[in-house]
Design a protein around this ligand. Sequence first.
Ligand SMILES: Nc1nc2c(ncn2[C@@H]2O[C@H](COP(=O)(O)OP(=O)(O)OP(=O)(O)O)[C@@H](O)[C@H]2O)c(=O)[nH]1
Ligand SMILES: [Mg+2]
Length: 357
Amino acid sequence: MAENIGKIIEDAINKALKDRGEINILIAGKTGVGKSTLINAVFQGNFATTGQGKPVTKKTREIKKEGIPLKLFDTRGLELKEYKETFRELESFVKMKNEDSNPSNHIHMAWICVEESPKRIEDAEIELCSLLSNHMPVIGVITKAISDEGFRDKVQSHLIQAKNIVRVNSIPKKLDNGYIIQPSGLEELVELAMEIVPEGQKNAFAAAQRVSIKQKQNKSHAIVAASAVTAGGTAAVPIPFSDAVALVPIQVAMLAGITTVYGFELKKAFLSTLVSSTITGAGATLIGKTIVSNLLKMFPGIGSVAGGLIAASTASALTIAFGEAYIATLTYLIKNKDISEISEADILAEFKKRHSK
Ligand SMILES: Nc1nc2c(ncn2[C@@H]2O[C@H](COP(=O)(O)OP(=O)(O)OP(=O)(O)O)[C@@H](O)[C@H]2O)c(=O)[nH]1
Ligand SMILES: [Mg+2]
């Protein structure tokens, strides 16, 4: 039985992108409070500095970057006298978005940013929190957070509908005496946000953010676990070598899913190289025996192949070993480099190192 690996890879990419979905977040705050700085600290790709974005209301712009499953709505004008008019426009926009029949188009969460040092919370911020919370969960973000002095409690008592209030400092701040205050609160914000976003958007959020590697790992472990169950099911009755090709789409889909959850762009050429240099080793034709012997060679000591048959336990153990090795590879790489600086060749080289022992 020969199957077209190109088609399997294409299907895997489409499925991975569909499963990962997209996340849309509204970020509001007075001018200069640090919205753009926060966005760049939390998300991949220098998001806020990539162009002006397209205006969707007079005071809200939509920012999007190719390859990152995130849309941001940057809302300003809270400091202006005519903020009520801004909010009316914003509310009809938000309503229109969230009535869309496709949940991927909804705005899934809002962050209202308030700067810490003036220790003041304005009517506009309070009204915006109450307005937005009718349509989506809201987090209050205290920016440039360096010295609380009771301000967090004060914000919490005013932004009563907010799910939580998080204090963040997005960039290092050097004090006059030379002391440097390090960024803080970003991980807390990302963790809280992850709890709040709808299930269908969690993988997209894990991919788009750059603060927590743990979130990318967790979501990827879940993909591996699900793939192992599917692989085990395929071999519920031990399958002969020739039928081992049935495992390939499962494992290719797993690799594609992990790649997207880590936030890498998913390209066909890359996935093809990854797959052919690992599982198939046989170019365009899939041969059951080659596939299984390659996988077993990569992960020696896993399961056994008795009488030319692969049992469910072997199929799932191989899938887990394969997926976990890939997770370990990507984790290692993003701990050491920014995603934008990691090439496909880096991934391949590191992955090979990890299983050719
Ligand atoms: N120390 C410190 N400075 C910050 C922080 N966030 C922003 N800043 C500084 O505050 C200034 C304004 O930050 P921006 O991120 O441009 O503010 P913004 O809310 O996007 O402003 P608008 O786009 O005009 O609405 C910049 O000089 C930033 O470097 C922070 O967390 N800590
Ligand atoms: Mg800005």
